[in-house]
Design a protein around this ligand. Structure first.
Ligand SMILES: CC(C)(COP(=O)(O)OP(=O)(O)OC[C@H]1O[C@@H](n2cnc3c(N)ncnc32)[C@H](O)[C@@H]1OP(=O)(O)O)[C@@H](O)C(=O)NCCC(=O)NCCS
Length: 406
């Protein structure tokens, strides 16, 4: 059956379309005001709804993002609130919504789409590839020592959430522009998503706190954190949750984390959505005690292969020919010659055979061609193809990091 999928036309449709995934959250958005708040970042026309007659039974949205990629940034559909009601699952509604959404993203001139997946099995079939890894840590208090002594120029201050937006945004942007995988946040995004602290979202913890790290008197890092204070038999057994900690440079990073690590009245410091190459691994005396858990981070889809490949930087002066296979958006398929400053279709012999999802995996630099060849998901067609491709796609950027689930 062909489902009727179209963008929402008004707030009522929008509320019902995001309500499809909201059903699984336990009934969100609770009212018009909550729907309105969510729509302040997601324009109504960027929310697709699937209709069964008059009923909306599924929804899929895409934030208009600017995403950092190696050497630059690119417009990106930030796919979000994808859901199908339990009454209508496994009938092809997600598939119909993905098609409408990817067509729309392409028509808007956004060369890529990105998302966090609730389940990693869902999106490869639509051409998304695992593009970054994301880590969690749970460090017991006795092991929070850092290898280097405190920096004499570092000072820290607690700031009211309401007054933190501008200073946080400035630091975030300095880090964002050089970190693949980070997206630009508007003032509304900060005001509606990062800084609010509704009591029903505290999960038993205290209020959301904000602190700023200054180096030589200039803001160089910030953290949002929540204390879950608990004592048993006279001993602290609670934890501190780091909601977000971002700092500009190695000293700022170390000194920002020192404050969090040294916080009293906790048994564990917990943090989530950390990059796989977090400097803390090298700064801590006991990195093993971080108990790092690695999972999938951002998934990326090249919606328009030519413009997406043209938008990122390359290293060296080589060239490589990729035979791209894209079953869901077949006009991306074919042979692409990739070189610095020139990405074009070609009839030249191909070096590598690459599915569009695997291309999403290498796009931000989270993985290289070699490891995907060794995993059997990319095939080398000409000798030296892997080495040529890896030399070209390698830049001096950090590993991709998206510090926030959207
Ligand atoms: C995930 C979800 C959106 C899938 O919607 P759906 O309409 O049932 O998906 P479709 O019928 O279009 O499925 C397309 C294919 O994907 C498979 N698939 C989809 N979701 C899957 C899942 N969670 N686990 C395993 N397979 C899944 C289907 O089996 C189908 O495979 P087939 O083509 O081989 O038959 C829906 O189950 C849902 O809303 N789940 C809860 C919320 C959620 O996880 N949303 C995603 C947020 S990132």
């Amino acid at each position: 059956m062909a489902w009727d999928v179209r963008p929402t036309a008004d707030l009522d449709e929008f509320k019902r379309a995001v309500g499809a995934i909201g059903h699984y959250f336990g009934g969100w958005p609770a009212d018009e005001e909550a729907a309105q708040r969510f729509s302040s970042n997601l324009p109504l026309e960027r929310m697709h709804a699937a209709f069964d007659g008059d009923r909306i039974v599924g929804g899929a949205g895409a934030f208009p993002f600017e995403l950092t990629v190696p050497g630059g940034s690119v417009r990106c559909g930030g796919v979000t609130v994808v859901g199908v009601l339990p009454t209508h699952r496994r009938r092809g509604i997600l598939t119909a919504m993905m098609r409408a959404q990817l067509d729309d993203i392409r028509e808007r001139g956004e060369p890529i789409a990105a998302l966090w997946a609730s389940e990693e099995v869902i999106y490869r079939r639509f051409g998304y590839g695992l593009a970054s890894l994301s880590c969690e840590m749970a460090l017991p208090s006795g092991y929070s020592a850092l290898r280097e002594p405190p920096d004499a120029q570092a000072t820290v201050r607690i700031v009211p959430l309401a007054e933190s937006k501008d200073v946080f945004a400035a630091i975030y942007d300095r880090v964002r522009v050089r970190t693949p995988g980070m997206f630009g946040r508007t003032a509304t995004w900060w005001e509606t998503r990062n800084l609010p602290d509704p009591p029903d979202r505290r999960q038993g913890g205290g209020e959301k706190n904000a602190l700023v790290l200054d180096l030589d008197g200039e803001p160089a890092g910030y953290a949002l954190y929540r204390i879950h204070m608990k004592f048993e038999s006279g001993t602290a057994v609670g934890h501190v949750d780091v909601i977000e900690a971002i700092a500009d440079g190695p000293v700022a990073t170390r000194e920002l984390w020192r404050v969090l690590l040294d916080m009293d009245w906790k048994a564990t410091l917990k943090a989530y959505m950390l990059p796989i190459d977090h400097p803390l691994v090298h700064q801590l005396t006991y990195p093993r005690r971080m108990q790092l858990r690695v999972g999938d981070g951002l998934w990326v889809r090249l919606v328009d292969v030519g413009s997406a490949l043209s938008a990122r930087a390359y290293g060296g002066d080589g060239a490589v020919v990729l035979e791209v296979e894209d079953a869901f958006l077949p006009d991306n398929s074919g042979r692409w010659r990739v070189a610095v400053g020139a990405v074009e279709r070609t009839d030249d012999e191909a070096d590598l055979a690459v599915g569009v999802d695997a291309l999403g995996s290498v796009y931000l630099g989270g993985f290289d061609f070699g490891e995907l060849v060794r995993a059997g998901v990319i095939r080398e067609l000409r000798e030296g193809g892997v080495a040529r491709a890896d030399a070209l796609f390698r830049t001096d950027d950090s590993k991709p990091w998206c510090p926030e689930i959207f």
